[in-house]
Design a protein around this ligand. Structure first.
Ligand code: FES
Length: 73
């Protein structure tokens, strides 16, 4: 369960999932998760590599689900 306006990382932690992280601002890539299904808004401060964008990886600390999603982490 996620709340509107809440970064995906916060939702995961609130629901008992641990995702490695450090900066919580989109720069270190430690919190990457792969979106298998659904839509996510990536905030402009997210420093996604081109390959991450191509294969669906997002930085969960600055990613905001806009639909129900399924992820791999
Ligand atoms: S915690 Fe560093 S990019 Fe998300």
């Amino acid at each position: 369960k996620a709340e509107v306006g809440e970064p995906l990382l916060n939702s995961l932690e609130r629901n008992g999932y641990f995702v490695e992280n450090a900066c919580r601002s989109g720069e270190c890539s430690l919190c990457r998760v792969k979106v298998i299904e659904g839509e996510v808004f990536n905030a402009p401060e997210s420093k996604l590599r081109k390959s991450d964008q191509t294969f669906g990886w997002v930085h969960s600390c600055v990613a905001f689900p806009t639909s129900d999603i399924e992820i791999l982490y």
